[in-house]
Ligand binder design. Structure first.
Ligand SMILES: NC(=O)C1=CN([C@@H]2O[C@H](COP(=O)(O)OP(=O)(O)OC[C@H]3O[C@@H](n4cnc5c(N)ncnc54)[C@H](OP(=O)(O)O)[C@@H]3O)[C@@H](O)[C@H]2O)C=CC1
Ligand SMILES: Cc1cn([C@H]2C[C@H](O)[C@@H](COP(=O)(O)OP(=O)(O)O[C@H]3O[C@@H](C)C(=O)[C@@H](O)[C@H]3O)O2)c(=O)[nH]c1=O
Ligand SMILES: [Mg+2]
Length: 286
């Protein structure tokens, strides 16, 4: 029996992990009341005390625009806490699985980003996630950093739920068409993380940074069209440039992730987001 300790309980990926847990594992999800990520030492102490075989950090500060004015808080949660977790895991010699983001890249070009490409975050959220990555690597224990993008699920705040809400009251909506990436279902991320956890449990885990996103890559505007079509909603999507949708934090134009390293090392393929979108809209009570 593999004992998996998860930081996060209410978030999209944490909930998906709880849904995906198999009979071969005992999964414990820690909410903010049990593990507050603003207290990095407390998070480390939990790992030191716990009887876990592997730790997954599914908690994060994810409010991209708000991060611009809450940099210290975002840094505490996205960098200092994972740093302490990774060190505590290294000390106990248990693997640490951490999630990062396409927003560590500057979005230049149109070629999918490779795992070792130069990073260059455009905003505070991306900067703090990058600092978290660097700290996890520096802890030098067994680890995987899984960079994913554009997460959607029936839970929490995400673009799919925003579109359903806006589309219900508007005949037409404007959406940016010059940002491209891979929408990724939280359930698919959870399945990938648990596959990676099983590989480590069998002694076949490979430490490193990996990319994982839904296929095919698409613009937010075309993702919105797919959401309305799949939901059977009559809302017209008009393409706009990012310049027509000003936000406190700039978003990368090119969020495409090259996911071949994960296929090579773990035989995990890019999931088809359209299939997962259908599942979220029609099988999970949305
Ligand atoms: N959402 C996305 O589009 C993307 C997310 N990611 C990454 O994936 C991972 C999972 O994200 P996702 O599931 O979408 O996140 P959500 O925003 O859905 O959930 C965030 C989780 O973090 C918890 N959390 C926030 N602050 C604290 C704190 N101080 N102490 C304890 N828990 C806290 C939240 O708890 P509470 O409910 O109590 O606030 C919540 O459970 C993150 O690392 C994120 O950076 C990567 C790419 C895209
Ligand atoms: C609501 C809305 C958004 N947009 C644009 C803004 C933005 O460029 C894009 C997506 O909007 P969101 O607010 O969902 O984007 P955002 O919160 O930036 O999503 C990101 O979250 C973090 C946590 C990540 O790690 C990223 O991978 C990514 O998923 O769509 C429109 O063009 N029209 C609209 O009506
Ligand atoms: Mg958001």
């Amino acid at each position: 029996m593999m004992r998996v300790l998860v930081f996060g309980r209410t978030g999209q990926v944490a909930r998906a992990l709880a849904r995906a847990a198999g009979d071969d594992m005992a999964l414990t999800c820690l909410g903010r009341d049990q593990a507050d990520l603003t207290d990095a030492a407390a998070c480390a102490a939990i790992i030191a005390r716990a009887d876990a075989d592997i730790v997954i950090n599914a908690a994060a500060y994810t409010a991209v625009d708000r991060a611009e004015t809450e940099a210290a808080l975002a840094h505490a949660i996205n960098a200092a806490a994972p740093a302490a977790m990774a060190r505590a895991c290294a000390a106990r010699q248990i693997p640490f699985l951490h999630i990062s983001t396409d927003y560590v890249f500057d979005g230049s070009g149109s070629i999918p980003w490779q795992v070792d490409d130069l990073t260059g975050p455009l905003g505070v959220y991306g900067q703090t996630k990058l600092a978290g990555e660097e700290a996890v690597r520096a802890a030098a224990g067994a680890h995987v950093i899984l960079r994913t993008s554009w997460v959607f699920s029936p839970d929490g705040a995400n673009f799919v739920k925003t579109m359903l809400r806006l589309g219900a009251t508007r005949p037409k909506i404007t959406v940016v068409a010059d940002q491209h990436g891979g929408p990724t279902a939280a359930d698919d991320i959870a399945a990938a993380l648990l596959d990676i956890a099983r590989a480590f449990h069998k002694g076949r885990g490979i430490s490193g940074t990996y990319h994982f996103s839904g296929a095919p890559d698409v613009s937010w505007a075309n993702f919105a069209r797919a959401i309305f079509a799949t939901a059977g909603m009559d809302c017209t999507v008009q393409d706009i440039p990012s310049s027509a949708y000003p936000t406190p934090a700039a978003r990368p134009a090119n969020s495409r992730l090259d996911c071949s390293a994960l296929a090579r090392d773990y035989a995990i393929a890019r999931p088809a987001w359209q299939r997962s979108l259908h599942h979220v809209l029609h099988d999970q009570g949305e």
